[in-house]
Design a protein around this ligand. Structure first.
Ligand SMILES: Nc1ncnc2c1ncn2[C@@H]1O[C@H](COP(=O)(O)OP(=O)(O)OP(=O)(O)O)[C@@H](O)[C@H]1O
Ligand SMILES: [Mg+2]
Length: 157
């Protein structure tokens, strides 16, 4: 499969959140988003906006920095939000139940480099870069599964 890509420049946290909400509307069980980017790039901000838009009842969306995963019950399926920054052994991915979740849930993964080769091949990778310490973020999408093409295109403004 060939790699497809798209790029977008967000000018504010609000613009990033709107993008997350639009993309989030297209997600269903078995979809995984891999959120890359340095500390403070906006991974949790993106995840929080997406998750809140899919919850039936509003609830807090804390960063799963210490718990590693936070599971939400959406009306349709579970949504797993993981922050793997503190994961030091890929075996933990199995212990956390993430491999099963990749099949059965919507998964949003921060610091997906910690997965090594356990990341699903059909995931959508979203990279946020903060080039100049302002509110601007360069957001890059990469995917191999052609099912993402329409969804990414429609989520972009
Ligand atoms: N255009 C933008 N898009 C997203 N976030 C932005 C933007 N401009 C400023 N920000 C701010 O950048 C911060 C990003 O913090 P966030 O916790 O989402 O980072 P993170 O990538 O999850 O970091 P960590 O690796 O520590 O988990 C937020 O305070 C957010 O408001
Ligand atoms: Mg984060």
């Amino acid at each position: 499969m060939s790699t497809n890509s798209a790029a977008f420049t967000s000018t504010s946290p609000y613009v990033t959140a709107q993008l997350a909400v639009r993309l989030g509307a297209s997600l269903s069980a078995g979809d995984t988003l891999l959120l890359e980017g340095d500390i403070g790039a906006g991974k949790s901000h993106f995840a929080r906006a997406l998750i809140q838009s899919r919850l039936a009842e509003p609830e807090d969306v804390p960063s799963p920095t210490f718990t590693l995963v936070q599971v939400y019950d959406l009306p349709e399926c579970e949504l797993w939000h993981a922050d793997l920054y503190r994961l030091n052994d890929p075996d933990q991915v199995v212990e956390l139940g993430l491999l099963d979740a990749f099949e059965t849930a919507i998964c949003i993964i921060e610091w997906p480099d910690r997965l090594d080769d356990l990341a699903p091949a059909d995931a959508l990778t979203i990279r946020l870069d903060d080039p100049d310490q302002s509110d601007m973020r360069n957001i890059t999408f990469e995917w191999q599964n052609p099912a993402w093409t329409k969804r990414v295109t429609e989520a972009l403004p």
